[in-house]
Every structure is written in structure tokens, then in C-alpha cells.
Design a protein around this ligand. Structure first.
Ligand SMILES: NC(=O)c1ccc[n+]([C@@H]2O[C@H](COP(=O)([O-])OP(=O)(O)OC[C@H]3O[C@@H](n4cnc5c(N)ncnc54)[C@H](O)[C@@H]3O)[C@@H](O)[C@H]2O)c1
Length: 248
């Protein structure tokens, strides 16, 4: 018996690394998986709906279509996001890069919650997991200022919604991954940038997409029924580290 049997889940960024892993884990756990992204990818979904999450009309249509086709919505995993090379120190980042990152990473989560949560309420409750990041709560001298600010916004928004909707049966949590071995990360970090970060990881390696996906599946399930409005860190312990162990 799967942890998500009978649940209808909408996963954004489904064609990306973590999104694809989430579709795999959610399907394994018995959910009806609806994937959405700018373009379809290889994720195992029950059906896919193309959507630009920065467009309010498209987002409203997305959830309306799922509710009509599947009869209900139980779970939102708002995972889509971007990191841009032009997003760096506050001294160097132009307004165009700032606006783009904030729009895709934070405004899209606002729109998905605005148009998705009413279906959860209508169905008697449900779970929302929004993807923040470790940098929402831990500073980095190798700055991506718009990314950090956008993820901080996701964290605050998620906390507030978790409190607002708790008595209507809707749990809203943020997940904060540390660095995950994905193309998004490989494009951003050269070997020296990578090793600069790895010294802070107690586990000695970055995370894998399925390790994030497993945590999201748990948070989305009824097994996590008393976990709400939290910042669920999946980072191998980075947030708690002062000095990490030497290699044996
Ligand atoms: N990879 C990491 O190290 C890491 C660490 C912490 C947090 N995160 C977050 O995890 C999430 C997933 O990251 P990933 O590594 O799988 O990235 P990814 O680039 O592989 O996937 C992101 C997906 O979002 C989609 N997307 C972008 N803009 C969109 C839009 N306007 N409308 C619809 N879809 C859009 C992309 O097409 C892509 O498929 C992101 O929110 C990212 O910020 C990633």
C-alpha cells in the first residue's frame, strides 16, 4: 500500500531534475500524478499540462483542468524555479535578472497557491509543499541575491499560509534543499566553486534529486498530518554545521 494512494497531486517543474524524481516517487507511492512545466519531459506522469506559471490565466486554467479531469486535487508540490548566471552580488545584478528570478521563483508560488488551494479546501483539506532553499535562511558570500530573496519570500509565504489555512485542513510547508547534484547546479558551479561549498557539508557530498523527492512525498502524505508551516530542511546537515569532519 502506497503512502499516497488515492491522492491527486500536481507537481510543477515536472520536467526538471527534482520534479522528475518527485513524479517517480509519487507514482511509486500510488498518487495520480499530474505534471506541469513549460515543456513535457521524461517524468512518469498520469498526464501532463503545459503551463507558464508566471501567467495567472494559465495557472488558473491548470488547476481547473485537473479538478475537472481527476475530480479533485489533494496535493500541490510547487517546485518550479530558476537560477540565472546574471544573478550575483547585489552590486552587479541588474533589475531584469532580479525581476525574472522573483517572478519565476516566488510569484509563481503565489499564483499556484492562490489558484490551487481553493480546490484543496473544497475537497476537505490537503497538502502544499513549496520549494524554498537553504539560502532562504543561511547567508552565502557567493551571492545570488535575487535567488536568495525569492526563496526567502517562498519561506515566509508558506509559513503564513500554513497558519491561515490550518483549520480548513490544508497544511502548507516549505522544503529547503541544500545543493543537489543537478544540471542546474552543474551549470552554476565550476570545480573550485563546488569544493568551496562541499567543505560545509557534513555528509561530504551534495544531495540527489530522489532524496529531496522522498522528503516531499512524506510531507505530502497523511503520515505528516501534524507537520505544518515548517521549513523542512533536506541538506545533509549544512544548516547546523560549524566545523565538519576531515576525511578518514
Ligand atoms: N538543484 C539544486 O541544487 C537546488 C537546491 C535548492 C533548491 N532548488 C530548487 O528546487 C527546484 C527544482 O530545481 P531543479 O534542480 O530540479 O531545477 P531544474 O532546472 O532541473 O527544474 C526546474 C523546472 O522548472 C521549470 N520552469 C522554469 N520556469 C518555469 C515557468 N515559468 N513555468 C513553468 N515551469 C518553469 C523548468 O522548465 C524546469 O523544468 C527549484 O525551485 C530550485 O530553485 C534546487
Amino acid at each position: 500500500m502506497g503512502m499516497l494512494d488515492g491522492k491527486v497531486a500536481v507537481i510543477t517543474g515536472a520536467s526538471g531534475s527534482i520534479g522528475t524524481a518527485a513524479c517517480e516517487v509519487f507514482a511509486r507511492e500510488g498518487a495520480t500524478v499530474v505534471g506541469t512545466d513549460l515543456r513535457a519531459g521524461d517524468a512518469p506522469v498520469d498526464y501532463f499540462i503545459e503551463c507558464d506559471l508566471t501567467n495567472e490565466e494559465e495557472v488558473a486554467r491548470l488547476y481547473r483542468t485537473v479538478a475537472e479531469r481527476s475530480g479533485k486535487i489533494d496535493i500541490l508540490f510547487n517546485n518550479a524555479g530558476i537560477a540565472l548566471p546574471a544573478d550575483q552580488s547585489v552590486l552587479d545584478t541588474d533589475l531584469e535578472a532580479w525581476n525574472k528570478v522573483v517572478e519565476v521563483n516566488m510569484t509563481s508560488v503565489f499564483l499556484c497557491c492562490k489558484h490551487g488551494i481553493p480546490y484543496l479546501i473544497e475537497n476537505g483539506g490537503g497538502s502544499v509543499v513549496n520549494t524554498a532553499s537553504l539560502v532562504a535562511s543561511v547567508g552565502s558570500a557567493a551571492s545570488q541575491i535575487a535567488y536568495t530573496a525569492s526563496k526567502g519570500g517562498v519561506l515566509a509565504l508558506s509559513r503564513e499560509l500554513g497558519v491561515e489555512f490550518a483549520k480548513r485542513g490544508v497544511r502548507v510547508n516549505a522544503i529547503s534543499p541544500g545543493p543537489v547534484e543537478t544540471p542546474l547546479l552543474a551549470d552554476l558551479f565550476d570545480p573550485s566553486e563546488k569544493s568551496r561549498r562541499l567543505v560545509h557539508v557534513p555528509r561530504g557530498r551534495f544531495g540527489a534529486p530522489h532524496e529531496i523527492a522522498e522528503a516531499v512525498a512524506f510531507l505530502s502524505s497523511d503520515r505528516a498530518s501534524y507537520i505544518n508551516a515548517t521549513d523542512f530542511k533536506v541538506d545533509g546537515g549544512i544548516h547546523a554545521a560549524y566545523v565538519t569532519a576531515l576525511d578518514e
